[in-house]
Design a protein around this ligand. Structure first.
Ligand SMILES: [Zn+2]
Length: 243
């Protein structure tokens, strides 16, 4: 394949050497791709102002060994507002890292691309913390990770409340089966969970939730991500530090 064009979101951008930047991008047509922007650190390069984290662009890529070379980057949406706000930056980074970890290279997932793009759009106008929570739960579901929550994963009985979340088993457990130290999975958290999983990105509606339910849900999400990936995400500690 020669040089080709694809629509993509730049998920991670880091300096490669004195003149180049290494980019992990998620394209609509080909999924995750590693690419290098040669000259992107030179002020006069066309890539200098465009190869930045969270940019949505139309890219011209030249295939190479291990990684592609970015020949051109035409911005569709810069998402500059995200880079200029520490809180949005933290949540966007978290979603980007989650996508990078969940999908292998070159696996086309247009639904993931569309969800990520919608999340970045909504984040600018709505609460970025709740946006990231909804997006992360939906991304995990798209990757096939959906926590069991209608029944107790230990005894198999329909779930009654108060219930608990057991990340080690990937789902909810009833109060009779719960080990000590588990996070509570209250009826309010359960309802919020469903609301986030079913969030319609075209018309997201109201985000009203109590602080306690939000914190419990985040705690469960963090435990569930660590269970799914077998490790915590680096960006989760950054969120804790800046929010
Ligand atoms: Zn049980």
């Amino acid at each position: 394949m020669g040089q080709y064009r694809t629509e993509a979101i730049l998920l991670a951008v880091r300096d490669w050497d004195d003149t180049a930047r290494m980019v992990t991008l998620f394209s609509r047509d080909f999924g995750k791709i590693f690419a290098v922007g040669y000259g992107a650190r030179r002020p006069k390069s066309q890539l200098a102002g465009t190869v930045q984290p969270f940019v949505h662009a139309e890219l011209s890529l030249l295939p190479g060994k291990g990684y592609e070379s970015i020949k051109q980057c035409d911005i569709i949406n810069s998402f500059r507002a995200i880079r200029e706000d520490l809180s949005m930056l933290a949540y966007a980074n978290f979603l980007a890292e989650l996508v990078v970890e969940l999908w292998p290279e070159r696996e086309a997932e247009p639904a993931v691309f569309d969800l990520l793009l919608a999340s970045f759009e909504i984040m600018k106008v709505r609460n970025p913390r709740i946006t990231a929570l909804a997006s992360a739960l939906q991304l995990l579901a798209l990757a096939g990770f959906n926590p069991e929550r209608g029944i107790c994963v230990c005894c198999g009985e329909p779930l009654t409340y108060p219930a608990f979340f057991d990340a080690a088993t990937g789902g909810t457990v009833c109060s009779k089966c719960a080990r000590p130290g588990l996070t509570e999975f209250s009826e309010e958290v359960a309802a919020f969970f469903e609301r986030l999983l079913q969030l319609d990105w075209q018309s997201p509606g109201g985000f009203s939730v109590t602080g306690a339910v939000l914190i419990e849900t985040e705690k469960i999400l963090a435990q569930f991500i660590t269970y799914c990936l077998d490790k915590p995400l680096k960006s989760m500690s950054f969120i804790a530090a800046v929010t």
